[in-house]
Design a protein around this ligand. Sequence first.
Ligand code: FMN
Ligand code: SF4
Length: 647
Amino acid sequence: MQRFPALFTPGFIGGLFLKNRIVMSPMFVGYAHPDGQVSSELLAHYEARARGGVGLIIVEAACVDVPVARDSFRQINIDNPRYVAGLERLARGIKAYGSRAFIQLLHTGRQASSLITGHQPVAPSPIACSSTKEIPRELTLQEIGDIEEKFLNSARYANMAGFDGVELHAAHGYLLNQFLSSHTNRRMDEYGGSLENRMRLLLNIVQKIKNALPGLALSVRLNLDDFVPGGLELQESIEVARHLENSGVDVINCSTGTYESGLMSVEPASFKEGWRVYLAEELKKAVKIPVITGGMISDPAFANQVIEEGKGDYVFFGRTLLADSEWANKVREGSLEDIRPCIRCNNCIEHVFKGLMVDCTVNPGTGREGSLNHFRKKAGKKTRAVVVGSGPAGMQAALALECQGLSVSLYEKDEKLGGLLNLACIPPHKEKVAQLRDYLIGQLRKSKVEINTGHTYEISDLKENRPDYLIIATGSNPSTVEISGSKQENCLSIKDVLEKKIVAVNKEIVIVGGGINACEVADFCLEGNNNICIIEEKNILAIGMEKKNRRDLLNRLQKGKVQIKTSSRVERIEKNEVIISGKRGNIESLTAELIIMATGFTPSNQLFYEAQNLHSNVFLIGDAFEIKGFKNAILQGEMLARSINNS
Ligand SMILES: Cc1cc2nc3c(=O)[nH]c(=O)nc-3n(C[C@H](O)[C@H](O)[C@H](O)COP(=O)(O)O)c2cc1C
Ligand code: SF4
């Protein structure tokens, strides 16, 4: 029996049959060719999600007006017939697997960057976006008319390419959203002022597309709340949606936030599962056309309930599907333990903003679908591999090696599998990291990998029973620092604190170091109502952390009144005191009942040095190779396994 019947009930958008209620939300991935043509990477990426059982794929935002409306160097273009051939392969590739294919149409407006477009951005009014900081040029009436035609032409090309539908991107602070919002639209003509006027551009485009292409399904991605002062709010958005329905729009795809609202479009890990559904629920009371809801949803039971309770007709999934392209199939089959969970680290969106191609911390296959996802077990003689260490690199390597047909033994010195994932999942809002750990452990237990816990693998093991390959993934240890007094009893490691070897409540705490781990441990200690001070030598905290999660974390530290002393050095530690020097050499003494040493980690690679003198096939991966976080560790584990030839 199907565990999630509502999610797998077929539905209709306009006259279009959809096999289930699972929608892949548009996600720009940067795999298109720099000239805007569809690439083989892009094809493989979307085909993998279609093969993975998604009912409707909305292909990422494509540019309707090159170059001025372009969002990125590697965006799909759709403003000229020369792109139709590539787009046709894309639509056909998606539909071959029984998914429906829409493509999103985008004009960036004032959120464009002249570094990318080579032009001053354009907008309803010359108001700079506080995030991009460029003052846009106000569009003339003639230009607005041209933009309506550009959207229509792009819809025509999508139709020629065989897409089932198009989606107008009227959310996230892009041009159509800019016209709708009085925060960005201060025009005095028929496109500004009243809501009726602000909707004019969007409704004109809808009408033109509906008149010219009645068979093409039309979706509008609409912000139900911009979450910026003076921006669109729910009641106005509902009014817009009513007009869209009356103009023939087939479905509303709900979203929130703009560049200026910061965290509200692609949320950091602290946001609750499906927190935005309340907005769609309100919209559903006002319109009859289907409503797509979503945002921070990965639990199939939650998604099923949303549909069952009529809070949305379809649920979109974004990052969940980057983390596991087979999510929908696994949910349908009920094999939830096989789902690779998204941990909301936002590395993917960070890549977008840096102009890089998207990849995923937990899924080495994202962006490499063409090669990795077609991987099948190879037959061949049994080759033995030993993997030492069961952190993310070791577990991923063991799984991938076993998948290649090798006979794999995994050794872990602790009684528990997981390595540093066991610590990384403890601070607030890191529950998803525990899900990732449990997923990897679950997969190992289901596999044929021989698991040896509580066994420190040593050179004697290697001599006694020599494998064909030895993979060393022994992780890292806390770095030791030469600070006078740092060995005293009240100086603790991050591990001591997170594992609650000492429970800190109502204490004066000084944290030595202001990196990501230090800030996360401060966040953790806030739960005990402690007074916390962070000392960091550099002039900023949590360097290297993804922007949205970093801002969210620093907001919490600020709210918790954590004192922050950057550009400061710890000179020495005395009994209940930490002596620091500031930028100008000024000395200060801080009361400290507990001192947490958070001065980073050092690779643990001694075994590698010893083993490579005895064996030619010894490999070092993960933190033991270089401390670069578990995205790198998982990728190295996967790639190493694939580089080993077992034929
Ligand atoms: C890498 C990335 C690229 C995105 N690109 C787009 C886009 O092209 N168009 C769009 O409407 N939303 C875009 N979004 C927003 C997603 O469609 C989605 O609304 C958001 O990620 C929240 O949903 P989730 O929690 O299921 O990921 C993007 C999000 C991510 C992570
Ligand atoms: S990069 Fe992080 S947030 Fe993005 S899909 Fe992967 S795990 Fe999720």
